[in-house]
Design a protein around this ligand. Sequence first.
Ligand code: MG
Length: 305
Amino acid sequence: MSAAVNGTAMPRRVTIVEVAPRDGLQNEKQHVSADDKVELIDALAAAGLTRIEATSFVNPKRVPQMADADEVMARVDRGSGVSYSGLALNPKGAERAITAGCDEITYVAVASETFSQRNQGRGVDAVLADLAGVAAATRSAGRFLSVCVATAFGCPFDGRVSAETVTDIVKRILDHEPDEIGLADTIGVGVPSQVTDLFGRVGELTALPRRAHFHNTRNTGFANVYAALQAGVSVFDSSAGGLGGCPFAPRATGNIATEDLVYMLDGMGIASGVDLAQVAGLDAWLAGKVGHAVPGQLGKAGAFP
Ligand code: MG
């Protein structure tokens, strides 16, 4: 089936990076046990997710929900063919992720100074300088390095972030030869025209796979996915149930929901390899574990037809 829409060539197949175990749970007040995280990860793998952001290697005092990162990584099913990533904000975190057996390291650079100070504890330049060591360690361990630019679409503290700022950071990231480059709308303020512009600019800088991380905070998440598809982006982060938020970004809410994303992709004839019913079937379990209803829409409306 052709996925061409209005004459625009879109990817016929995309890869979804499932972030519920990390971005989805990190902001939840109710503690989710390592047992439950492993059960969730295994269920996501069974639903067809092939890349799963399993955890983050950050300071457990700052993000208590991720204090069991090593245990979770030690217990996930290594025979499932899933590529497991660990998020790192500094070289120490990247080393921990490598030691824990992560297949991928997701290193976070930041496009705005104040968020960088609050989230990473140091400025934009220092975070980029640390990428040299992270890239070298990841490469020598034979792991995949994805580098993501947080607050690329706007900062909760510094406001608007210019496209030039983002492309300058992307250029500096490319110097370290990552395997993939991501742009994150950390607080869900981006709009489709901005997505078209920024991913277009990144596409002019590199032929590397481009990865989009959208939050649906202001209901622009799926319009942003559509714009990113039109720009040729083929890797999308999403969270089962639409859980998510950031402890260091005030009022940040959920990632785009995996089940809503799969519904949209299925309808557009774009393959993701994810079974819609299976991933949507996790909503009730997730709601029980976090102690509140999940924001994903498909769980409320049901699939169609
Ligand atoms: Mg996020």
